[in-house]
Write a protein that binds this ligand. Sequence first.
Ligand code: SF4
Length: 212
Amino acid sequence: MNEKEQYWSIRLRKVVEALEGNGMEAFVTDTRKEALTRALTLIPKGATVGLGGSRTVGEVGLLEALRQGDYTLYDQYRDGLSPEESMRIRKDGTHADCFVSGSNAITYDGKIVNVDGLGNRLAGFCFGPGTVIIVAGRNKIVPDLDAALYRVRNVAAPMNARRFGVKTPCVETAECSDCDLPERICNLTLIIEKSKIEGRMKVILVNEDLGF
Ligand code: SF4
């Protein structure tokens, strides 16, 4: 491990303790490959699985593993879907056995912060799926709630807006101007402070930079 990895190994373990203190199950993995293995141990074969939009889930290989594995995957990202089919699949995902996603920010004291355009990802986090699995790279870790709220609107959202190909101002300015356009992708913000159901939320922190 180099110095950066050693630093993050210590920091991530502290965040794991904080998440556990908030009623969540949490893990640290050194690599994305280990994160994939860990995630697959948490998803029973035959389970129905919903997806929250996430570059990270793709980067660790989990999206492809779910597509090819023995699961019923509600996959709104597959090619050729009509808008109506995509919306129906998103709804199905919010009451799947498992819900798999990344996260926009996680604080040192174990709060999970996300912003959505539509809200299906936040719905899956809140209620419905029996298990929620979040995979997050070390770049998502921030000191506190203010830093998390700054990050979701000034780091994650501008990069995601670029990924989605929308023409919001943040794509050009790399900062949020609280736009009022129909393409706006920041319409709902969720702060998960604690999990009422012990262990329903499972967070895998990866000692690599992943996603936005
Ligand atoms: S509110 Fe608009 S400008 Fe701000 S980050 Fe979201 S999409 Fe970009």
